[in-house]
Write a protein that binds this ligand. Structure first.
Ligand SMILES: [Zn+2]
Length: 89
């Protein structure tokens, strides 16, 4: 499967509950809600690569699990509309 942050080939871990877990060589290990994963896969929206990686680093520094939660997506503006990707990094 592809990483939900950067699209890099990564290991998908079968979801235990409503969370999808990904182990990406670039972004590291993280999880996100299944409904969000489905939106990203369908191209409706995508995660901001830089912001989301910074967010995961911050979570780690605070000794919190690497979970991308709907609340934090709003707070940190991790999500952006899908559609025309204009490159970037
Ligand atoms: Zn990644």
């Amino acid at each position: 499967m592809e990483c939900f942050i950067c699209g890099c080939a990564s290991k998908g871990i079968p979801p235990a509950s409503t969370f999808v877990e990904v182990d990406c060589p670039e972004c590291g290990y993280f999880g996100l809600p299944k409904d969000l994963a489905e939106k990203i896969e369908s191209g409706k929206c995508r995660l901001h690569v830089g912001r989301t990686r910074d967010y995961l680093v911050m979570r780690n520094a605070q000794k919190q699990g690497p979970w991308i939660t709907p609340v934090d997506i709003n707070i940190y503006r991790l999500l952006q509309p899908g559609g025309t990707g204009d490159g970037g990094g």
